[in-house]
Design a protein around this ligand. Structure first.
Ligand SMILES: Cc1ncc(COP(=O)(O)O)c(C=O)c1O
Length: 230
Protein backbone atom coordinates (compact mmCIF):
# COMPACT_ATOMS: atom_id res chain seq x y z
CA UNK A 1 0.00 0.00 0.00
CA UNK A 2 1.43 3.41 -0.89
CA UNK A 3 1.72 5.81 2.04
CA UNK A 4 -1.11 8.36 2.01
CA UNK A 5 0.26 11.89 1.95
CA UNK A 6 -1.60 15.10 2.66
CA UNK A 7 -1.64 18.01 0.26
CA UNK A 8 0.80 19.85 2.50
CA UNK A 9 3.28 16.98 2.19
CA UNK A 10 2.89 16.91 -1.60
CA UNK A 11 3.34 20.68 -1.74
CA UNK A 12 6.65 20.35 0.05
CA UNK A 13 7.82 17.64 -2.32
CA UNK A 14 6.64 19.67 -5.33
CA UNK A 15 8.56 22.77 -4.24
CA UNK A 16 11.78 20.74 -4.42
CA UNK A 17 11.33 19.58 -8.01
CA UNK A 18 8.88 21.93 -9.75
CA UNK A 19 9.54 25.64 -10.36
CA UNK A 20 7.11 27.60 -8.19
CA UNK A 21 6.02 24.28 -6.66
CA UNK A 22 3.55 23.48 -9.43
CA UNK A 23 2.81 22.84 -13.09
CA UNK A 24 2.53 26.57 -13.72
CA UNK A 25 -1.11 27.43 -14.22
CA UNK A 26 -3.01 26.61 -11.07
CA UNK A 27 -2.98 26.91 -7.31
CA UNK A 28 0.20 25.09 -6.20
CA UNK A 29 -1.36 23.83 -2.94
CA UNK A 30 -4.11 21.73 -4.54
CA UNK A 31 -3.27 18.17 -5.63
CA UNK A 32 -5.95 16.22 -7.48
CA UNK A 33 -5.88 12.52 -6.67
CA UNK A 34 -8.55 11.18 -9.03
CA UNK A 35 -11.66 12.03 -11.00
CA UNK A 36 -14.86 10.40 -12.15
CA UNK A 37 -17.34 12.05 -14.49
CA UNK A 38 -17.68 15.71 -13.53
CA UNK A 39 -16.08 15.31 -10.06
CA UNK A 40 -12.50 15.22 -8.82
CA UNK A 41 -11.05 14.62 -5.36
CA UNK A 42 -7.93 16.14 -3.87
CA UNK A 43 -5.24 14.36 -1.83
CA UNK A 44 -7.06 15.33 1.38
CA UNK A 45 -10.20 13.61 0.11
CA UNK A 46 -12.16 16.82 -0.58
CA UNK A 47 -14.50 16.60 -3.59
CA UNK A 48 -14.99 19.28 -6.25
CA UNK A 49 -17.09 19.80 -9.36
CA UNK A 50 -14.38 19.93 -12.01
CA UNK A 51 -14.87 23.12 -14.00
CA UNK A 52 -11.25 22.99 -15.21
CA UNK A 53 -11.77 19.84 -17.34
CA UNK A 54 -8.03 19.53 -17.84
CA UNK A 55 -8.06 23.03 -19.44
CA UNK A 56 -10.22 21.58 -22.22
CA UNK A 57 -9.45 18.00 -23.23
CA UNK A 58 -11.58 16.32 -20.52
CA UNK A 59 -14.71 17.68 -22.14
CA UNK A 60 -16.47 14.33 -21.75
CA UNK A 61 -15.56 14.08 -18.08
CA UNK A 62 -13.18 11.71 -16.29
CA UNK A 63 -13.29 8.01 -17.09
CA UNK A 64 -16.06 8.21 -19.69
CA UNK A 65 -16.93 4.55 -20.46
CA UNK A 66 -16.60 4.87 -24.25
CA UNK A 67 -13.26 6.66 -23.96
CA UNK A 68 -12.02 4.04 -21.50
CA UNK A 69 -13.11 1.26 -23.81
CA UNK A 70 -11.29 2.76 -26.81
CA UNK A 71 -8.13 3.30 -24.74
CA UNK A 72 -8.28 -0.24 -23.34
CA UNK A 73 -8.60 -1.65 -26.84
CA UNK A 74 -5.62 0.28 -28.20
CA UNK A 75 -3.21 0.11 -25.24
CA UNK A 76 -2.01 -3.48 -25.82
CA UNK A 77 -1.31 -2.62 -29.47
CA UNK A 78 1.07 0.22 -28.64
CA UNK A 79 0.61 3.88 -27.70
CA UNK A 80 2.69 6.12 -29.93
CA UNK A 81 4.67 5.41 -33.07
CA UNK A 82 5.85 8.78 -34.50
CA UNK A 83 5.22 7.17 -37.90
CA UNK A 84 1.93 7.54 -39.79
CA UNK A 85 -0.84 5.24 -38.65
CA UNK A 86 -4.35 4.45 -39.76
CA UNK A 87 -6.09 5.70 -36.59
CA UNK A 88 -4.51 9.13 -37.10
CA UNK A 89 -5.81 9.30 -40.67
CA UNK A 90 -9.30 8.37 -39.47
CA UNK A 91 -9.17 11.09 -36.80
CA UNK A 92 -8.06 13.67 -39.36
CA UNK A 93 -10.94 12.63 -41.63
CA UNK A 94 -13.40 13.07 -38.76
CA UNK A 95 -12.04 16.54 -37.95
CA UNK A 96 -12.15 17.67 -41.59
CA UNK A 97 -15.76 16.45 -41.81
CA UNK A 98 -16.76 18.23 -38.59
CA UNK A 99 -14.98 21.59 -39.02
CA UNK A 100 -16.12 23.58 -42.06
CA UNK A 101 -12.88 25.59 -42.45
CA UNK A 102 -10.54 22.58 -41.96
CA UNK A 103 -9.28 21.17 -45.25
CA UNK A 104 -6.34 19.30 -43.74
CA UNK A 105 -5.04 18.62 -40.24
CA UNK A 106 -1.61 18.89 -38.64
CA UNK A 107 -1.51 17.18 -35.24
CA UNK A 108 0.46 18.98 -32.53
CA UNK A 109 0.74 18.53 -28.77
CA UNK A 110 -0.84 21.72 -27.47
CA UNK A 111 -2.94 24.73 -28.32
CA UNK A 112 0.05 27.01 -27.85
CA UNK A 113 2.01 25.02 -30.40
CA UNK A 114 -0.89 25.14 -32.87
CA UNK A 115 -1.08 28.93 -32.52
CA UNK A 116 2.68 29.23 -32.94
CA UNK A 117 2.51 27.27 -36.21
CA UNK A 118 -0.51 29.26 -37.38
CA UNK A 119 1.42 32.50 -36.87
CA UNK A 120 4.47 31.11 -38.68
CA UNK A 121 2.35 29.81 -41.55
CA UNK A 122 0.61 33.17 -41.95
CA UNK A 123 3.98 34.93 -42.05
CA UNK A 124 5.35 32.47 -44.61
CA UNK A 125 2.23 32.73 -46.76
CA UNK A 126 1.92 36.52 -46.72
CA UNK A 127 5.62 37.41 -46.58
CA UNK A 128 4.68 39.86 -43.77
CA UNK A 129 5.83 39.90 -40.14
CA UNK A 130 3.30 41.85 -38.07
CA UNK A 131 0.63 40.08 -36.00
CA UNK A 132 -2.44 41.74 -34.50
CA UNK A 133 -3.39 40.39 -31.07
CA UNK A 134 -6.03 41.58 -28.63
CA UNK A 135 -5.15 42.73 -25.13
CA UNK A 136 -6.12 40.02 -22.66
CA UNK A 137 -6.32 37.26 -25.30
CA UNK A 138 -4.60 33.97 -24.41
CA UNK A 139 -2.88 31.95 -27.13
CA UNK A 140 -0.34 29.87 -25.21
CA UNK A 141 3.22 30.44 -24.13
CA UNK A 142 5.07 31.30 -27.36
CA UNK A 143 6.94 34.60 -27.51
CA UNK A 144 4.22 36.19 -29.66
CA UNK A 145 1.42 34.91 -27.42
CA UNK A 146 3.09 36.22 -24.28
CA UNK A 147 2.32 39.82 -25.22
CA UNK A 148 -0.24 41.98 -23.42
CA UNK A 149 -2.15 39.07 -21.92
CA UNK A 150 -2.07 40.75 -18.51
CA UNK A 151 0.11 43.82 -19.08
CA UNK A 152 2.05 44.78 -15.96
CA UNK A 153 2.29 48.42 -17.05
CA UNK A 154 0.17 50.82 -19.04
CA UNK A 155 1.07 51.31 -22.69
CA UNK A 156 -0.75 53.01 -25.53
CA UNK A 157 -2.29 50.73 -28.15
CA UNK A 158 -0.91 49.21 -30.35
CA UNK A 159 2.29 48.92 -28.30
CA UNK A 160 2.83 45.40 -26.91
CA UNK A 161 3.89 44.74 -23.31
CA UNK A 162 5.71 41.41 -22.78
CA UNK A 163 4.19 39.19 -20.06
CA UNK A 164 7.46 37.34 -19.56
CA UNK A 165 11.14 38.12 -19.33
CA UNK A 166 13.39 36.60 -21.98
CA UNK A 167 11.50 37.70 -25.09
CA UNK A 168 13.61 39.65 -27.59
CA UNK A 169 12.47 43.18 -28.37
CA UNK A 170 12.36 42.18 -32.06
CA UNK A 171 9.33 39.98 -31.28
CA UNK A 172 7.58 42.72 -29.32
CA UNK A 173 8.06 45.23 -32.12
CA UNK A 174 6.24 42.96 -34.62
CA UNK A 175 3.12 42.69 -32.43
CA UNK A 176 0.23 45.15 -32.68
CA UNK A 177 -2.09 45.08 -29.66
CA UNK A 178 -5.70 46.17 -30.00
CA UNK A 179 -8.62 46.41 -27.56
CA UNK A 180 -11.07 43.50 -27.99
CA UNK A 181 -14.51 44.44 -29.33
CA UNK A 182 -13.41 47.90 -30.51
CA UNK A 183 -14.45 48.02 -34.17
CA UNK A 184 -13.38 51.61 -34.73
CA UNK A 185 -9.91 50.92 -33.34
CA UNK A 186 -9.30 47.85 -35.50
CA UNK A 187 -10.41 49.74 -38.61
CA UNK A 188 -8.02 52.61 -37.92
CA UNK A 189 -5.16 50.25 -36.95
CA UNK A 190 -5.46 48.32 -40.20
CA UNK A 191 -5.84 51.48 -42.26
CA UNK A 192 -2.33 52.31 -41.06
CA UNK A 193 -0.68 48.87 -40.84
CA UNK A 194 -2.92 46.53 -42.87
CA UNK A 195 -0.39 45.95 -45.67
CA UNK A 196 2.23 44.80 -43.11
CA UNK A 197 -0.01 42.45 -41.13
CA UNK A 198 0.33 38.67 -41.63
CA UNK A 199 -2.45 37.58 -39.25
CA UNK A 200 -5.01 38.62 -36.68
CA UNK A 201 -5.11 36.14 -33.81
CA UNK A 202 -8.29 36.22 -31.77
CA UNK A 203 -10.25 34.16 -29.29
CA UNK A 204 -13.85 34.17 -30.60
CA UNK A 205 -14.90 34.20 -26.94
CA UNK A 206 -12.06 36.12 -25.30
CA UNK A 207 -11.72 34.36 -21.93
CA UNK A 208 -15.20 35.24 -20.59
CA UNK A 209 -15.87 38.25 -22.83
CA UNK A 210 -18.30 37.50 -25.67
CA UNK A 211 -17.74 39.30 -28.97
CA UNK A 212 -20.02 42.25 -29.72
CA UNK A 213 -22.45 41.34 -32.50
CA UNK A 214 -20.63 41.80 -35.81
CA UNK A 215 -17.12 42.12 -34.34
CA UNK A 216 -15.80 38.77 -35.60
CA UNK A 217 -17.45 39.35 -38.99
CA UNK A 218 -15.70 42.72 -39.15
CA UNK A 219 -12.34 41.03 -38.51
CA UNK A 220 -13.07 38.54 -41.31
CA UNK A 221 -13.93 41.36 -43.71
CA UNK A 222 -10.88 43.43 -42.75
CA UNK A 223 -8.62 40.39 -43.24
CA UNK A 224 -10.02 39.95 -46.75
CA UNK A 225 -9.63 43.64 -47.50
CA UNK A 226 -5.92 43.69 -46.59
CA UNK A 227 -4.94 40.13 -47.57
CA UNK A 228 -4.44 39.09 -43.93
CA UNK A 229 -4.80 35.53 -42.61
CA UNK A 230 -7.16 34.92 -39.67
C1 LIG B 1 -7.76 30.25 -26.76
C2 LIG B 1 -6.58 29.45 -26.33
N1 LIG B 1 -5.53 29.37 -27.14
C3 LIG B 1 -4.43 28.65 -26.80
C4 LIG B 1 -4.37 27.97 -25.59
C5 LIG B 1 -3.14 27.20 -25.23
O1 LIG B 1 -3.39 25.84 -25.25
P1 LIG B 1 -2.38 24.83 -24.52
O2 LIG B 1 -2.54 25.05 -23.05
O3 LIG B 1 -2.84 23.48 -24.98
O4 LIG B 1 -0.99 25.18 -25.01
C6 LIG B 1 -5.47 28.01 -24.72
C7 LIG B 1 -5.41 27.29 -23.43
O5 LIG B 1 -6.19 27.50 -22.53
C8 LIG B 1 -6.60 28.77 -25.09
O6 LIG B 1 -7.66 28.86 -24.27
Amino acid sequence: MPTIQTQAAWAERARAVLPGGGFGNFDAETFIRDGQGSRVRDENGKAYVDLLIGSGPMLLGHGHPEVMEAIAEQLPKGMTFFANNARGVELAEDIVAAVPCAEQVRFVSSGGEADMYAIRLARAFTGRDKIVKFEGGYHGMSAEAQMSLAPSKLANFPQAVPDSAGIPDSVRSEMLIAPFNDAAYIRSLLAEYGAQVAAIIVEPLQRIIPPEPGFLQLLRAECDRYGIQD
